[in-house]
Write a protein that binds this ligand. Structure first.
Ligand SMILES: Nc1ncnc2c1ncn2[C@@H]1O[C@H](COP(=O)(O)OP(=O)(O)OP(=O)(O)O)[C@@H](O)[C@H]1O
Ligand SMILES: [Mg+2]
Length: 473
Protein backbone atom coordinates (compact mmCIF):
# COMPACT_ATOMS: atom_id res chain seq x y z
CA UNK A 1 0.00 0.00 0.00
CA UNK A 2 1.44 3.37 -0.91
CA UNK A 3 0.87 6.42 1.28
CA UNK A 4 -0.90 9.43 -0.16
CA UNK A 5 1.21 12.47 -1.00
CA UNK A 6 -0.62 14.35 1.72
CA UNK A 7 0.40 11.90 4.44
CA UNK A 8 3.96 11.72 3.15
CA UNK A 9 4.26 15.50 3.29
CA UNK A 10 2.85 15.59 6.82
CA UNK A 11 5.16 12.81 8.00
CA UNK A 12 8.23 14.49 6.51
CA UNK A 13 7.34 17.75 8.24
CA UNK A 14 7.02 15.90 11.56
CA UNK A 15 10.36 14.13 11.00
CA UNK A 16 11.99 17.50 10.27
CA UNK A 17 10.38 18.96 13.40
CA UNK A 18 11.66 16.07 15.53
CA UNK A 19 15.19 16.44 14.13
CA UNK A 20 15.20 20.15 14.95
CA UNK A 21 13.78 19.44 18.42
CA UNK A 22 16.46 16.78 19.03
CA UNK A 23 19.23 19.18 17.98
CA UNK A 24 17.83 21.95 20.21
CA UNK A 25 17.43 19.53 23.16
CA UNK A 26 20.96 18.14 22.92
CA UNK A 27 22.46 21.64 22.66
CA UNK A 28 20.33 22.92 25.55
CA UNK A 29 21.18 19.96 27.81
CA UNK A 30 24.92 20.15 27.05
CA UNK A 31 25.01 23.91 27.63
CA UNK A 32 23.09 23.53 30.87
CA UNK A 33 25.49 20.81 32.03
CA UNK A 34 28.47 22.99 31.17
CA UNK A 35 27.04 26.00 33.04
CA UNK A 36 26.25 23.87 36.11
CA UNK A 37 29.74 22.33 36.07
CA UNK A 38 31.44 25.69 35.77
CA UNK A 39 29.29 27.08 38.61
CA UNK A 40 30.27 24.11 40.77
CA UNK A 41 33.93 24.47 39.81
CA UNK A 42 33.92 28.11 40.83
CA UNK A 43 32.47 27.26 44.25
CA UNK A 44 34.93 24.40 44.67
CA UNK A 45 37.83 26.68 43.74
CA UNK A 46 36.87 28.99 46.56
CA UNK A 47 36.68 26.04 48.99
CA UNK A 48 40.10 24.82 47.88
CA UNK A 49 41.57 28.28 48.39
CA UNK A 50 40.24 28.29 51.94
CA UNK A 51 41.56 24.82 52.80
CA UNK A 52 44.91 25.59 51.23
CA UNK A 53 45.21 28.83 53.17
CA UNK A 54 44.52 27.08 56.43
CA UNK A 55 46.96 24.22 55.84
CA UNK A 56 49.64 26.51 54.44
CA UNK A 57 49.48 28.36 57.71
CA UNK A 58 50.66 25.19 59.48
CA UNK A 59 53.38 24.58 56.87
CA UNK A 60 53.07 20.72 57.02
CA UNK A 61 50.59 17.84 57.24
CA UNK A 62 51.80 16.54 60.56
CA UNK A 63 49.01 17.76 62.82
CA UNK A 64 46.51 15.00 62.10
CA UNK A 65 43.91 16.26 64.56
CA UNK A 66 43.94 19.72 63.16
CA UNK A 67 43.57 18.38 59.64
CA UNK A 68 40.61 16.22 60.69
CA UNK A 69 38.99 19.26 62.20
CA UNK A 70 39.67 21.27 59.10
CA UNK A 71 38.14 18.58 56.92
CA UNK A 72 35.06 18.42 59.13
CA UNK A 73 34.61 22.16 59.09
CA UNK A 74 34.82 22.14 55.36
CA UNK A 75 32.28 19.31 55.06
CA UNK A 76 29.70 21.43 56.90
CA UNK A 77 27.33 18.82 58.23
CA UNK A 78 29.85 16.03 57.79
CA UNK A 79 28.77 12.38 57.85
CA UNK A 80 27.91 10.10 54.97
CA UNK A 81 25.20 12.29 53.45
CA UNK A 82 27.18 15.49 53.47
CA UNK A 83 26.90 17.38 50.18
CA UNK A 84 30.44 18.63 50.67
CA UNK A 85 33.46 16.38 50.93
CA UNK A 86 37.15 17.01 51.44
CA UNK A 87 40.14 14.67 51.19
CA UNK A 88 43.71 15.57 52.05
CA UNK A 89 46.38 13.31 50.63
CA UNK A 90 50.12 13.12 51.03
CA UNK A 91 52.46 13.47 48.05
CA UNK A 92 52.12 9.77 47.18
CA UNK A 93 48.33 9.94 47.17
CA UNK A 94 47.77 8.30 50.54
CA UNK A 95 44.77 9.64 52.50
CA UNK A 96 45.80 11.82 55.44
CA UNK A 97 42.34 13.10 56.39
CA UNK A 98 38.90 12.87 54.80
CA UNK A 99 35.24 13.64 55.45
CA UNK A 100 34.03 11.05 57.98
CA UNK A 101 32.35 8.02 56.41
CA UNK A 102 33.62 8.86 52.92
CA UNK A 103 34.98 6.04 50.75
CA UNK A 104 38.00 8.13 49.84
CA UNK A 105 39.63 5.29 47.87
CA UNK A 106 36.92 5.76 45.20
CA UNK A 107 38.38 9.19 44.58
CA UNK A 108 41.95 7.86 44.24
CA UNK A 109 44.03 9.42 41.49
CA UNK A 110 45.59 7.52 38.63
CA UNK A 111 49.40 7.83 38.26
CA UNK A 112 48.85 10.04 35.25
CA UNK A 113 46.53 12.32 37.24
CA UNK A 114 49.02 12.34 40.12
CA UNK A 115 51.71 13.56 37.76
CA UNK A 116 49.48 16.27 36.32
CA UNK A 117 48.40 17.51 39.76
CA UNK A 118 51.98 17.46 41.06
CA UNK A 119 52.91 19.69 38.13
CA UNK A 120 50.42 22.27 39.34
CA UNK A 121 47.42 21.38 37.19
CA UNK A 122 43.91 21.60 38.70
CA UNK A 123 41.71 18.68 37.68
CA UNK A 124 37.90 18.67 37.76
CA UNK A 125 35.88 15.50 37.22
CA UNK A 126 32.65 13.77 38.22
CA UNK A 127 32.84 10.83 40.58
CA UNK A 128 30.14 8.36 41.54
CA UNK A 129 30.49 7.02 45.06
CA UNK A 130 29.31 3.56 46.21
CA UNK A 131 26.21 5.07 47.85
CA UNK A 132 25.10 6.18 44.39
CA UNK A 133 25.73 9.83 45.07
CA UNK A 134 27.52 11.78 42.38
CA UNK A 135 30.05 14.48 43.17
CA UNK A 136 31.90 17.10 41.22
CA UNK A 137 35.46 16.81 42.55
CA UNK A 138 38.24 19.35 42.11
CA UNK A 139 41.82 18.25 42.83
CA UNK A 140 44.89 20.41 43.30
CA UNK A 141 48.30 20.22 44.91
CA UNK A 142 49.21 21.66 48.24
CA UNK A 143 52.56 23.42 47.91
CA UNK A 144 54.62 26.06 49.60
CA UNK A 145 56.75 27.63 46.97
CA UNK A 146 58.01 24.72 44.89
CA UNK A 147 57.75 22.23 47.76
CA UNK A 148 54.74 19.96 47.32
CA UNK A 149 53.26 19.03 50.70
CA UNK A 150 50.32 16.96 49.50
CA UNK A 151 47.07 16.94 47.52
CA UNK A 152 43.68 18.43 48.37
CA UNK A 153 40.41 17.17 46.91
CA UNK A 154 37.19 19.09 47.44
CA UNK A 155 33.82 17.85 46.12
CA UNK A 156 30.20 18.92 46.03
CA UNK A 157 27.17 16.69 45.41
CA UNK A 158 25.59 17.24 41.99
CA UNK A 159 22.25 15.76 42.99
CA UNK A 160 20.44 19.07 42.77
CA UNK A 161 21.77 19.94 39.34
CA UNK A 162 21.17 16.36 38.08
CA UNK A 163 17.57 16.67 39.14
CA UNK A 164 17.29 19.95 37.27
CA UNK A 165 18.88 18.37 34.22
CA UNK A 166 16.47 15.41 34.40
CA UNK A 167 13.51 17.74 34.68
CA UNK A 168 14.72 19.76 31.71
CA UNK A 169 15.18 16.54 29.74
CA UNK A 170 11.62 15.39 30.44
CA UNK A 171 10.21 18.80 29.62
CA UNK A 172 11.99 18.68 26.26
CA UNK A 173 10.77 15.12 25.54
CA UNK A 174 7.22 16.14 26.46
CA UNK A 175 7.43 19.18 24.22
CA UNK A 176 8.75 17.08 21.34
CA UNK A 177 5.91 14.55 21.71
CA UNK A 178 3.19 17.19 22.04
CA UNK A 179 4.78 19.27 19.32
CA UNK A 180 4.88 16.28 16.96
CA UNK A 181 1.16 15.68 17.31
CA UNK A 182 0.39 19.36 16.73
CA UNK A 183 2.88 19.48 13.83
CA UNK A 184 1.28 16.39 12.25
CA UNK A 185 -2.21 17.90 12.50
CA UNK A 186 -1.07 21.29 11.16
CA UNK A 187 1.03 19.72 8.39
CA UNK A 188 -1.86 17.47 7.32
CA UNK A 189 -4.22 20.43 7.25
CA UNK A 190 -1.75 22.64 5.40
CA UNK A 191 -0.89 19.95 2.85
CA UNK A 192 -4.59 19.68 2.02
CA UNK A 193 -4.54 23.31 0.96
CA UNK A 194 -1.28 22.86 -0.90
CA UNK A 195 -2.50 19.83 -2.84
CA UNK A 196 -5.96 21.17 -3.62
CA UNK A 197 -4.93 22.78 -6.93
CA UNK A 198 -3.37 19.47 -8.01
CA UNK A 199 -6.57 17.66 -7.18
CA UNK A 200 -8.48 20.16 -9.26
CA UNK A 201 -6.17 19.54 -12.21
CA UNK A 202 -6.77 15.78 -11.84
CA UNK A 203 -10.55 16.30 -11.70
CA UNK A 204 -10.62 18.49 -14.79
CA UNK A 205 -8.31 16.07 -16.63
CA UNK A 206 -10.61 13.17 -15.74
CA UNK A 207 -13.60 15.03 -17.20
CA UNK A 208 -11.90 15.44 -20.57
CA UNK A 209 -13.13 12.64 -22.80
CA UNK A 210 -11.41 11.05 -25.74
CA UNK A 211 -14.28 12.17 -27.95
CA UNK A 212 -13.90 15.80 -26.90
CA UNK A 213 -10.29 16.86 -26.80
CA UNK A 214 -11.14 20.52 -27.25
CA UNK A 215 -11.39 21.07 -23.47
CA UNK A 216 -8.45 22.55 -21.56
CA UNK A 217 -7.52 22.57 -17.88
CA UNK A 218 -6.55 26.23 -17.84
CA UNK A 219 -5.04 26.62 -14.36
CA UNK A 220 -4.77 30.43 -14.38
CA UNK A 221 -4.24 31.84 -10.90
CA UNK A 222 -3.00 28.52 -9.51
CA UNK A 223 0.48 28.08 -7.96
CA UNK A 224 3.33 28.18 -10.51
CA UNK A 225 4.12 24.44 -10.34
CA UNK A 226 0.47 23.50 -10.86
CA UNK A 227 0.19 25.96 -13.72
CA UNK A 228 3.23 24.40 -15.37
CA UNK A 229 1.73 20.93 -15.03
CA UNK A 230 -1.60 22.11 -16.42
CA UNK A 231 0.13 23.93 -19.30
CA UNK A 232 2.08 20.78 -20.20
CA UNK A 233 -1.12 18.77 -20.07
CA UNK A 234 -2.97 21.35 -22.18
CA UNK A 235 -0.15 21.32 -24.75
CA UNK A 236 -0.38 17.52 -24.93
CA UNK A 237 -4.16 17.74 -25.38
CA UNK A 238 -3.63 20.29 -28.14
CA UNK A 239 -1.30 17.91 -30.00
CA UNK A 240 -3.66 14.98 -29.45
CA UNK A 241 -6.64 17.01 -30.62
CA UNK A 242 -4.76 18.07 -33.75
CA UNK A 243 -3.63 14.50 -34.52
CA UNK A 244 -7.14 13.23 -33.88
CA UNK A 245 -8.71 15.84 -36.18
CA UNK A 246 -6.16 15.16 -38.92
CA UNK A 247 -6.80 11.44 -38.73
CA UNK A 248 -10.58 11.96 -38.81
CA UNK A 249 -10.36 14.32 -41.78
CA UNK A 250 -8.12 11.84 -43.54
CA UNK A 251 -10.59 8.98 -43.01
CA UNK A 252 -13.42 11.26 -44.07
CA UNK A 253 -11.64 12.25 -47.30
CA UNK A 254 -10.43 8.76 -48.18
CA UNK A 255 -13.75 7.03 -47.59
CA UNK A 256 -15.56 9.77 -49.46
CA UNK A 257 -13.19 9.52 -52.44
CA UNK A 258 -13.36 5.71 -52.48
CA UNK A 259 -17.11 5.44 -52.33
CA UNK A 260 -17.94 6.82 -55.78
CA UNK A 261 -15.47 4.69 -57.83
CA UNK A 262 -16.34 1.60 -55.80
CA UNK A 263 -20.06 2.09 -56.41
CA UNK A 264 -19.40 2.62 -60.11
CA UNK A 265 -17.24 -0.52 -60.17
CA UNK A 266 -19.93 -2.63 -58.59
CA UNK A 267 -22.60 -1.17 -60.90
CA UNK A 268 -20.49 -2.06 -63.94
CA UNK A 269 -19.85 -5.60 -62.73
CA UNK A 270 -23.57 -6.10 -62.08
CA UNK A 271 -24.40 -4.76 -65.57
CA UNK A 272 -21.88 -7.19 -67.09
CA UNK A 273 -23.41 -10.03 -65.07
CA UNK A 274 -26.79 -9.31 -66.66
CA UNK A 275 -25.38 -10.19 -70.06
CA UNK A 276 -26.28 -13.65 -71.32
CA UNK A 277 -23.04 -14.36 -73.15
CA UNK A 278 -20.95 -14.67 -69.97
CA UNK A 279 -19.61 -18.21 -69.54
CA UNK A 280 -20.24 -19.88 -66.14
CA UNK A 281 -16.62 -19.74 -64.97
CA UNK A 282 -16.28 -16.00 -65.69
CA UNK A 283 -19.72 -15.43 -64.13
CA UNK A 284 -18.62 -17.10 -60.88
CA UNK A 285 -15.50 -14.94 -60.76
CA UNK A 286 -17.47 -11.79 -61.51
CA UNK A 287 -20.01 -12.63 -58.80
CA UNK A 288 -17.17 -13.00 -56.33
CA UNK A 289 -15.79 -9.63 -57.51
CA UNK A 290 -19.20 -8.05 -57.03
CA UNK A 291 -19.42 -9.43 -53.46
CA UNK A 292 -15.97 -8.23 -52.56
CA UNK A 293 -16.72 -4.79 -53.96
CA UNK A 294 -19.94 -4.71 -51.93
CA UNK A 295 -17.89 -5.52 -48.82
CA UNK A 296 -15.47 -2.69 -49.60
CA UNK A 297 -18.37 -0.29 -50.15
CA UNK A 298 -19.83 -1.29 -46.77
CA UNK A 299 -16.49 -0.74 -45.05
CA UNK A 300 -15.94 2.70 -46.61
CA UNK A 301 -19.54 3.62 -45.72
CA UNK A 302 -18.95 2.56 -42.13
CA UNK A 303 -15.76 4.57 -41.89
CA UNK A 304 -17.48 7.55 -43.42
CA UNK A 305 -20.33 7.35 -40.91
CA UNK A 306 -17.99 7.12 -37.94
CA UNK A 307 -15.77 9.94 -39.16
CA UNK A 308 -18.85 12.14 -39.64
CA UNK A 309 -20.02 11.14 -36.14
CA UNK A 310 -16.66 12.27 -34.72
CA UNK A 311 -16.83 15.47 -36.72
CA UNK A 312 -20.10 16.21 -34.92
CA UNK A 313 -22.31 15.73 -37.96
CA UNK A 314 -25.89 16.76 -37.26
CA UNK A 315 -28.49 14.33 -38.59
CA UNK A 316 -31.13 15.74 -40.88
CA UNK A 317 -34.52 16.43 -39.35
CA UNK A 318 -37.21 15.12 -41.65
CA UNK A 319 -40.16 12.87 -40.97
CA UNK A 320 -39.21 9.28 -41.57
CA UNK A 321 -41.81 6.50 -41.95
CA UNK A 322 -40.20 3.67 -40.07
CA UNK A 323 -42.63 1.02 -41.40
CA UNK A 324 -41.59 1.76 -44.98
CA UNK A 325 -37.95 1.83 -43.91
CA UNK A 326 -38.24 -1.57 -42.19
CA UNK A 327 -39.90 -3.04 -45.26
CA UNK A 328 -36.96 -1.89 -47.38
CA UNK A 329 -34.47 -3.41 -44.95
CA UNK A 330 -36.46 -6.65 -44.94
CA UNK A 331 -36.33 -6.78 -48.75
CA UNK A 332 -32.63 -6.04 -48.73
CA UNK A 333 -31.75 -8.70 -46.17
CA UNK A 334 -34.16 -11.54 -46.88
CA UNK A 335 -32.03 -12.91 -49.68
CA UNK A 336 -28.68 -12.36 -48.01
CA UNK A 337 -28.55 -16.02 -47.08
CA UNK A 338 -30.60 -18.78 -48.59
CA UNK A 339 -30.34 -20.93 -45.44
CA UNK A 340 -31.69 -18.27 -43.04
CA UNK A 341 -35.34 -17.27 -42.88
CA UNK A 342 -36.01 -13.58 -42.47
CA UNK A 343 -39.58 -12.68 -41.38
CA UNK A 344 -41.49 -9.49 -40.90
CA UNK A 345 -43.19 -9.46 -37.51
CA UNK A 346 -45.91 -7.06 -36.36
CA UNK A 347 -45.58 -3.74 -38.22
CA UNK A 348 -47.23 -0.64 -36.74
CA UNK A 349 -47.31 2.59 -38.69
CA UNK A 350 -44.73 4.72 -36.96
CA UNK A 351 -42.94 7.93 -37.95
CA UNK A 352 -40.01 9.68 -36.30
CA UNK A 353 -38.13 12.85 -37.15
CA UNK A 354 -34.58 12.27 -38.25
CA UNK A 355 -32.11 11.28 -40.90
CA UNK A 356 -33.54 8.58 -43.16
CA UNK A 357 -30.20 7.33 -44.47
CA UNK A 358 -28.72 7.02 -41.00
CA UNK A 359 -31.78 5.33 -39.54
CA UNK A 360 -31.85 2.85 -42.40
CA UNK A 361 -28.18 2.10 -41.89
CA UNK A 362 -28.91 1.48 -38.20
CA UNK A 363 -31.68 -1.06 -38.87
CA UNK A 364 -29.65 -2.62 -41.67
CA UNK A 365 -26.60 -3.12 -39.45
CA UNK A 366 -28.64 -4.87 -36.75
CA UNK A 367 -30.56 -7.03 -39.20
CA UNK A 368 -27.49 -7.95 -41.21
CA UNK A 369 -25.81 -9.10 -38.00
CA UNK A 370 -28.79 -11.29 -37.11
CA UNK A 371 -28.68 -12.90 -40.54
CA UNK A 372 -24.90 -13.14 -40.63
CA UNK A 373 -24.48 -14.82 -37.24
CA UNK A 374 -27.47 -17.19 -37.51
CA UNK A 375 -26.71 -20.87 -38.10
CA UNK A 376 -28.24 -22.58 -41.17
CA UNK A 377 -31.99 -22.92 -40.70
CA UNK A 378 -32.07 -19.97 -38.31
CA UNK A 379 -34.89 -17.43 -38.09
CA UNK A 380 -34.68 -13.67 -37.98
CA UNK A 381 -37.74 -11.54 -37.20
CA UNK A 382 -37.90 -7.81 -37.81
CA UNK A 383 -40.78 -6.02 -36.14
CA UNK A 384 -41.85 -2.45 -35.41
CA UNK A 385 -44.17 -1.19 -32.69
CA UNK A 386 -45.00 2.00 -30.84
CA UNK A 387 -45.40 2.35 -27.12
CA UNK A 388 -45.49 5.33 -24.76
CA UNK A 389 -44.45 7.78 -27.46
CA UNK A 390 -41.55 5.59 -28.47
CA UNK A 391 -40.89 3.67 -31.65
CA UNK A 392 -39.39 0.26 -31.07
CA UNK A 393 -37.62 -1.65 -33.81
CA UNK A 394 -36.88 -5.19 -32.67
CA UNK A 395 -34.63 -7.68 -34.45
CA UNK A 396 -34.83 -11.14 -32.97
CA UNK A 397 -32.72 -14.08 -34.05
CA UNK A 398 -32.27 -17.71 -33.15
CA UNK A 399 -28.51 -17.45 -33.53
CA UNK A 400 -25.67 -18.45 -31.22
CA UNK A 401 -26.25 -15.62 -28.74
CA UNK A 402 -23.59 -13.44 -27.16
CA UNK A 403 -21.78 -14.51 -23.95
CA UNK A 404 -22.52 -12.13 -21.02
CA UNK A 405 -18.88 -11.02 -20.76
CA UNK A 406 -18.90 -9.88 -24.42
CA UNK A 407 -22.29 -8.19 -24.27
CA UNK A 408 -21.13 -4.78 -22.95
CA UNK A 409 -18.38 -4.68 -25.57
CA UNK A 410 -20.32 -5.33 -28.78
CA UNK A 411 -20.97 -1.58 -29.26
CA UNK A 412 -17.28 -0.72 -29.10
CA UNK A 413 -15.59 0.30 -32.32
CA UNK A 414 -13.72 -2.52 -34.04
CA UNK A 415 -14.89 -5.03 -31.44
CA UNK A 416 -15.55 -8.41 -32.92
CA UNK A 417 -16.67 -11.52 -31.08
CA UNK A 418 -14.95 -14.88 -31.00
CA UNK A 419 -16.14 -15.72 -34.51
CA UNK A 420 -13.98 -12.96 -36.03
CA UNK A 421 -12.05 -15.44 -38.14
CA UNK A 422 -15.06 -17.11 -39.70
CA UNK A 423 -17.25 -14.13 -40.57
CA UNK A 424 -16.23 -11.10 -42.54
CA UNK A 425 -16.72 -7.70 -40.96
CA UNK A 426 -14.95 -4.78 -39.40
CA UNK A 427 -16.61 -4.57 -35.98
CA UNK A 428 -18.11 -1.16 -36.78
CA UNK A 429 -21.77 -2.05 -37.49
CA UNK A 430 -23.10 -1.82 -33.94
CA UNK A 431 -20.93 1.19 -33.02
CA UNK A 432 -22.54 3.07 -35.91
CA UNK A 433 -26.02 1.81 -35.02
CA UNK A 434 -25.59 3.06 -31.47
CA UNK A 435 -24.29 6.45 -32.58
CA UNK A 436 -27.31 6.85 -34.91
CA UNK A 437 -29.74 5.90 -32.12
CA UNK A 438 -28.13 8.35 -29.69
CA UNK A 439 -28.03 11.13 -32.29
CA UNK A 440 -31.83 10.65 -32.46
CA UNK A 441 -32.12 10.75 -28.65
CA UNK A 442 -32.73 7.03 -28.58
CA UNK A 443 -30.82 3.95 -27.58
CA UNK A 444 -30.16 0.36 -28.54
CA UNK A 445 -30.75 -2.42 -26.04
CA UNK A 446 -29.60 -5.97 -26.34
CA UNK A 447 -30.65 -9.16 -24.65
CA UNK A 448 -28.99 -12.42 -25.46
CA UNK A 449 -28.84 -16.01 -24.30
CA UNK A 450 -26.02 -18.22 -25.47
CA UNK A 451 -27.43 -21.01 -27.66
CA UNK A 452 -30.90 -19.43 -27.77
CA UNK A 453 -30.44 -16.20 -29.73
CA UNK A 454 -30.26 -12.44 -29.39
CA UNK A 455 -32.74 -9.57 -29.45
CA UNK A 456 -31.60 -6.09 -30.44
CA UNK A 457 -34.11 -3.27 -29.84
CA UNK A 458 -33.68 0.24 -31.22
CA UNK A 459 -35.85 2.62 -29.22
CA UNK A 460 -36.49 6.10 -30.66
CA UNK A 461 -38.64 8.98 -29.45
CA UNK A 462 -41.56 9.56 -31.85
CA UNK A 463 -42.32 12.54 -34.04
CA UNK A 464 -44.14 14.63 -31.42
CA UNK A 465 -41.30 14.79 -28.92
CA UNK A 466 -38.29 14.33 -31.13
CA UNK A 467 -37.65 18.07 -31.21
CA UNK A 468 -34.15 17.72 -29.84
CA UNK A 469 -32.84 15.51 -32.65
CA UNK A 470 -29.20 16.05 -33.35
CA UNK A 471 -27.97 16.57 -29.83
CA UNK A 472 -27.01 13.15 -28.56
CA UNK A 473 -26.88 12.88 -24.76
N1 LIG B 1 -27.14 -11.05 -33.70
C1 LIG B 1 -25.93 -11.40 -33.22
N2 LIG B 1 -25.68 -12.64 -32.76
C2 LIG B 1 -24.49 -12.98 -32.27
N3 LIG B 1 -23.45 -12.14 -32.15
C3 LIG B 1 -23.61 -10.89 -32.60
C4 LIG B 1 -24.84 -10.44 -33.13
N4 LIG B 1 -24.73 -9.12 -33.45
C5 LIG B 1 -23.46 -8.77 -33.14
N5 LIG B 1 -22.78 -9.84 -32.63
C6 LIG B 1 -21.39 -9.82 -32.14
O1 LIG B 1 -21.01 -8.46 -31.95
C7 LIG B 1 -19.82 -8.16 -32.69
C8 LIG B 1 -19.86 -6.72 -33.18
O2 LIG B 1 -20.82 -6.55 -34.16
P1 LIG B 1 -20.68 -5.44 -35.28
O3 LIG B 1 -21.89 -5.42 -36.11
O4 LIG B 1 -20.32 -4.17 -34.58
O5 LIG B 1 -19.40 -5.91 -36.07
P2 LIG B 1 -19.28 -7.02 -37.20
O6 LIG B 1 -20.60 -7.55 -37.52
O7 LIG B 1 -18.29 -8.00 -36.69
O8 LIG B 1 -18.66 -6.22 -38.40
P3 LIG B 1 -19.39 -5.15 -39.35
O9 LIG B 1 -20.80 -5.03 -38.88
O10 LIG B 1 -18.62 -3.90 -39.17
O11 LIG B 1 -19.28 -5.67 -40.70
C9 LIG B 1 -19.80 -9.18 -33.78
O12 LIG B 1 -18.47 -9.45 -34.20
C10 LIG B 1 -20.43 -10.42 -33.14
O13 LIG B 1 -19.45 -11.14 -32.40
MG1 LIG C 1 -22.15 -6.22 -38.08
Amino acid sequence: MSLSLRWRLAIWIVVAFLLVMAAISVTALLSFQRIVDSELDQGLSRDIERVLAQITLAGNLDDQQRLEQLVQENSLTGGEDSPFITVIRDVRGGVVASTPGLAAEEMALSPEEMARVSNGEVISRSVKLPGGQEFRVRTTRLAIGDVVLGIVQVGEATEESSRLLDTLQWVLIGEAAGGSIIALAVAYWLSRGALKPLQRVAEVAAEIEASDLSQRIDAQGQPREVQKLADTFDAMLERLDKAFREQRDFVLDVSHELRTPLTALRGNIDVLLMGESVDPETRAQMESMSMETARLIRLTNNLLYLASADAGREPEQRPVELDVLCLEVYRQTKDLRADVNVHLGSEDQVSVVGDRDLLKQMVLNITENAVKYSPPGGHVTLSLSKNDGQARIVVEDTGPGIPPDQLPRVFERFYRGNDRGKMGGSGLGLAIAQWVARAHRGEIRVESKVGRGSTFSAILPMEADAAGVGSPP
